[in-house]
Structures are given as C-alpha cells and as structure tokens.
Design a protein around this ligand. Sequence first.
Ligand SMILES: Cc1cc2nc3c(=O)[nH]c(=O)nc-3n(C[C@H](O)[C@H](O)[C@H](O)COP(=O)(O)OP(=O)(O)OC[C@H]3O[C@@H](n4cnc5c(N)ncnc54)[C@H](O)[C@@H]3O)c2cc1C
Length: 481
Amino acid sequence: MTSSTPRKATLALKIIIVGGSIAGLACAYTLRQAGHDVVVLEQSGGRRTKCRGGMRMPPNTTRILNDWGLGPTLEKVAVKSTGVNLLIGKTGERIGKLAYHEPIMTALRGNYLLMQYDDLYSTLFDLAVHAGAQIRYASQVVSVDDSRATVVLSSGEELMGDLVIGADGSNSLVRRLTMGTYAVEEGEERCYFSFNIPTERMEKDEELALLLQSQCWEVWCGDNASMYSHLVHSGTEYAIVLYLTLPNHPYTETYDDHRPISEFNIDLDRFEPRLRRLVELADTFAPIKYVRRERFAPSTSTNGSGRVLLIGDAAHPIRPHGSNNAGLALEDAVTVGSLLSRIQNISQLSSLIEAVDEIRQTRCATVKQDASTRVDYMSLPHGPAQQARDEAFRAGLAVASLEYEEGDEEYDRYYREQSQWQGYIALFDYDAGEVVEDWWAKWGAPIERMEEGVGKQKPNDGETRSPSPVVEVSVVEVLMS
Ligand SMILES: Cc1cc2nc3c(=O)[nH]c(=O)nc-3n(C[C@H](O)[C@H](O)[C@H](O)COP(=O)(O)OP(=O)(O)OC[C@H]3O[C@@H](n4cnc5c(N)ncnc54)[C@H](O)[C@@H]3O)c2cc1C
C-alpha cells in the first residue's frame, strides 16, 4: 500500500488500538488508509518529547516510510548511514566493515537511516492524525474483553469496537489478559544503557570530534559487552547504546527511566578511553532490562469471533535497542492495513486477523533470532570464539573497504560467501506489502467468498497453508548478475 493508492474496505470497522508508540501509530495510519475508524489509547500523559534514544532503520523499514510519502521528512531529521565499522572495544582498532553501497541500497529501495526515537514517533504521530486517527492520551487500559472487543480504562470508561489491537509493548497487558502468559518469561542479567550527547560537546575534544565525521555507525566489540554509536537528529546529537551483563542490577523493563549521569557507576574499563569520555558528556542515561520471552505466536485471540490482535513488541518481544524493533512494527502495520482493506463483511474478520499471524510468524522469528545472535556475537567474552570472530572480520576488511565499483569479482565472492552480508540482505530485502499481495493471491479467494452471517469458517477447508512465504535473497543476485 502506498500513500497515493490506498485500497478502501467496503466495510468500515471500529478499531481500538491500545498503545500509541511506533506500532500503534503506524497501524492507526494504515487502518485509516483502509477506511476504518481508529482510536488509539495511550497511557502516557501526552506526546512524548524527551526520548532521544537512537534507532537504526534498515531498508526494509525505510522503504515502508518512503512508500508512505515520508521521504522528505526523513531527509530532514535522519542521518543516512554508509555502513558499519567493527572496532576492538579496548583499543578502537577497526577490524571489520560492512558498507551500505549505493547500488545495493538503490536496489533495495531504501536507505539505512539513523534516527532518534522522538523523530520517528513525531513523524508517525503527525501521519496518523493527518489520516484521521483519534489519539487519546492519559488513557490507560486496565481490562479487555476479547469476546466483545471492549476495553475499560483506569477512569472506568468502557469503549467498544469491532477489533482490539494490542500495541502495548513487550509486557503487553492485552496479551496477558486475552492470551495468557508466555511459555518462557525471565529477566536476564543483561542490561542496555542508552545515552545521548549534543554533538557540540564532542567537537571540543579532538578525538571525539573525529567520530562525528563518520557516516557509519560504530560497533565496539568488548569483553562480554558491546557498545554502538551513531549520529541522529540531523547530525546534532550522538546516540550510544551500551550492552553488558550486570548481575542483580536494579533496572526495569521500560524505556522511560531517564536517570542523571551522576548515577551511572558502571566501570567501563573494558572499553577504550574515548568511550569513557563520551559517556561522561551525557546528561542522563536510560537503562533498560531485557526480559526474555520465547513464545510470541499466535498473536491473535479469536475467541470464536476474531476480536483481538497483537502487533509490534506486544506480539514479538525482542531485545531492546535492536536494529529491527521498529521495523517489525512497521511491517506489522503494513500487513494489518493491507489485509483489513479487503474486508467486506464481519464474518471475514477472524480469518483476516489469523492471516496476519500466519504471514508474520516466520519473518518475526527470523528477525528475533538474528537480533539475539548478532548482539551476542559482537559481545563475545574474550577467548577462542572471539579470536575467530576477529580474524574473520579482519580477513574481509580489505575487500569491504574498497569502493563498490573497484570490487568487481572480489565483491562477487565476498558478498556471496560472507554469511554476515547474506544475513543482512535477507533481512533488508523483506517487502511487507509484497508478501501480503503474494499471500492473498494464493490464499485469499476462500476468505473473499465468505458471506455475511456465516460465522467463523476455515477459509481453506481441507488444504494446509504454508506458514508464510519464503522471501528469496534476490538483490545481491540481481546486482551480481
Ligand atoms: C518512550 C519510548 C522510548 C523508546 N526509545 C527507544 C530507543 O531509543 N531505541 C529503540 O531501539 N527503541 C526504543 N523504544 C522501543 C521501540 O519503540 C519498540 O521496540 C518498537 O518500535 C516497537 O514499538 P511498539 O509500539 O510495539 O512498543 P513500545 O514502543 O514499547 O510502545 C508501547 C506503548 O504502549 C503503551 N501502553 C502500554 N500499556 C498500556 C496500557 N495498558 N494502556 C495504554 N497504553 C499502554 C506504552 O506507554 C507505549 O507507548 C522506545 C519505546 C518507548 C515507549
């Protein structure tokens, strides 16, 4: 779906979205585009303005934002990344690089952008409101009835819709109330700390100022820890995330916990002095605990009538500060909007929301797995595995540092053989809109034929559908052919 060609449903649903962050706002937009009435209920007191954490937005994500007509806005607030530098934590020596070459990004129809949470949030807020979504703040949902699609607010007010969408984050209340607890739910000793620094403070330090000249994002591989950093907010802020294991830490699972930097007392000895000086320049830090939740599907509660659906972190909680957390939320929004733009009668609703889960489960599992292994890989404790990793990075550095045009046959071999790149391209190449179109062409006809008043039916009696289309890794093949 693009902003210029929205498909309108012939039946307008009343949809209640619980949670007004990235998933909730993006989905409010796609559902308004599909012609539905949307109210977003957000527990916080008003528009968020002080969450400056950095987000990395790969091409699968920025392609969606471009399709929504947001390219010019993004150009103003985001920083276009040209790649990733992989550095030794203790010394800052560069041992590896992944370059986001222009021809590859063009083929993927999206850049790799570095953004601040606030900038993405504000952009989506404006988009959703402009499309006609109603956003209600200070509206904390305390109860959900999935059979009637009703929610109750802490004020006692009850709202009724045709569908409730839980976009209420990784500790989702909607999920707990309608679908039960997770099979695995345990707090880890790992912790993430996010810092933001006005770049003008860094300019006064010669060595730190050099970091500002990089259009790449930097990853420092430490001993059982890692740190990454990049420019955000039109290059006026520098965002850092520190990842480490910290037994018995006091932090909780929220992005809203901003503490004065004077309270930050972690020993950063395993990182080079530049990084320690960098952290000292921040005013505040935001710690977040990671709670591991293994089960994330199904993310629908049809309860006989198809009334509750989860999206974003509520459906597929993954590690905080990953490179695809917002991306998955935006892909969910495209999937939900596209499927519900096809609804003609209420009997189709449960089949359509079950299709969301079916289409998304493989993709979300892949990204969740990738997010876990990638950060662990960059944070390997010092030892044989870390040495093997560093050797592999070093071996590819010379080719990775070449200009694309110079690479030629070496590139061909490099990109085909490097599992790092293969993995990235597979993640970047996912086109949520195309995946729904393909799914619908194959499986949509029985849903289309469902008639009003027949109740819930299986649209594909007797036939087993595959979980979700396999997305081919095509871009590199196209470029190299
Ligand atoms: C304030 C904030 C700052 C963030 N900063 C970063 C960052 O710097 N870097 C990064 O990578 N990711 C950040 N994230 C997380 C990122 O937004 C998500 O990982 C991803 O985009 C998926 O978003 P989501 O909308 O599914 O979940 P979330 O972003 O977690 O949003 C869930 C929303 O639901 C609301 N909510 C929860 N329960 C209820 C209830 N009962 N009733 C009503 N509303 C409810 C919450 O207040 C929140 O706004 C941040 C999230 C938030 C909320």
